[in-house]
Write a protein that binds this ligand. Structure first.
Ligand SMILES: Cc1cc2nc3c(=O)[nH]c(=O)nc-3n(C[C@H](O)[C@H](O)[C@H](O)COP(=O)(O)O)c2cc1C
Length: 341
């Protein structure tokens, strides 16, 4: 039977005490302030910004600083940094602390070429000594907890997460998140949850697991099968922010878990977009929201037709009338029953 052990609830990361073990992952292009707020409303105990360039902060890039925007409701906040120079990451960590970060995470897993070319992200897995230096300087620089997020290795022939764990376990980190896929196969392979279990046996601080958490049952399976301290929800929470709530219910052993109906999901979409408009302006907000709306409508009846139309939306009022029209046509109990997750 699925159950949640008391040690997982709440979760302590350094000085932070989180109300539950479920956190929102950093996701580039997605986890801005409105996306984080949506997840928090359904129970995310911690939410991360997307990865932020340490050099960008040092060069005072306006676009980079905009990514730090936050509010009181957006707490506790994890800011994720990427970079390759110990000094610049220490300075960037201080800047984030001054901007209200409750936790600072170092990206050691990003497979994107633009990042790897700068010897950052997953490139650090090929240079563990540099990773050690960076962690050391970040931990020295700030008072808030410092964590890292990492993959199993750069490719299938260089899976070195457990060797790295031995090197970094006494550097003052407060937690580690493992996404146990390699940088060479970033998302499509089956994540190796067995490595999460092995990592937990090595490090003296909490381990969070990432990878393959699409349904509440996936979340319960990861926590119960690996003994991990917390789960980091990523693609499963995009367009489905209630995954935090349904996963907590599943972990508590509740049997009848009700998900939002089609009309409720429509209201959530409207609310999400309405939070983006003051931040980006009408035009950019609508453009950016398209990526979210594709996740929201996944599994809905006539989703392909709806996606096509959502891609044309350029104004809040257009989104509302399209979705209201859709609901008139398709909202019936059969369709709500059929919603996947
Ligand atoms: C669109 C997208 C953007 C991502 N951006 C980041 C990022 O900025 N930093 C990071 O550490 N991981 C990033 N990730 C990886 C996720 O945080 C997570 O580890 C990964 O999606 C695996 O979880 P899942 O299989 O449950 O989606 C991103 C993933 C996606 C899909």
């Amino acid at each position: 039977m699925d159950s949640i052990s008391p040690k997982n609830n709440p979760l302590r990361i350094g000085t932070l005490v989180l109300k539950n073990p479920l956190v929102l992952a950093p996701m580039a292009g997605f986890t801005d302030l409105p996306c984080r707020i949506m997840s928090r409303r359904f129970g995310a105990s911690l939410a991360f910004t997307e990865m932020i360039s340490a050099p960008g902060l040092l060069y005072n890039s306006k676009r980079t600083f905009e990514m730090l925007q936050s509010t009181e409701e957006d707490r506790p906040l994890g800011i994720q940094l990427f970079g390759s120079e110990p000094k610049s990451l220490a300075t960037a960590a201080k800047i984030c602390e001054e901007h209200g970060a409750d936790l600072i995470d170092l990206n050691c897993g990003c497979p994107v070429r633009k990042v790897v070319k700068q010897y950052a992200g997953s490139a650090l897995m090929g240079d563990p000594n540099r990773m050690v230096e960076i962690i050391h300087s970040m931990v020295e620089a700030v008072k808030v907890p410092v964590t890292i997020k990492i993959r199993s290795g750069r490719d299938e022939d260089s899976i070195n997460i457990l060797e790295i764990a031995e090197k970094i376990k006494h550097l003052g980190l407060s937690a580690i998140t493992l996404h146990p896929r390699t940088a060479a196969i970033p998302y499509s392979s089956k994540p190796r949850w067995d490595l999460i279990k092995e990592l937990k046996a090595i490090v003296p601080f909490p381990v969070l697991g990432s990878g393959g958490l699409i349904t509440d049952q996936d979340v319960a399976n990861m926590i119960n099968n690996t003994g991990v301290d917390g789960a980091m929800l990523a693609r499963g929470a995009l367009g489905h922010p209630w995954l935090f709530d349904t996963s907590m219910r599943r972990l508590r052993g509740e049997t009848s878990i009700i998900k939002p109906s089609l009309p409720q999901r429509v209201e959530l979409m409207k609310e999400h977009l309405s939070m983006m408009i003051p931040l980006y302006g009408e035009e950019i907000a609508n453009r950016l929201f398209r990526a979210h709306s594709l996740y929201y409508v996944s599994g809905w009846p006539q989703a392909t037709w709806l996606r096509g139309n959502l891609n044309q939306v350029s104004h809040y009022s257009q989104l509302c009338s399209l979705l209201d029209q859709y609901i008139k046509e398709y909202n019936n109990s059969d369709n709500t029953e059929a919603l996947d997750s």
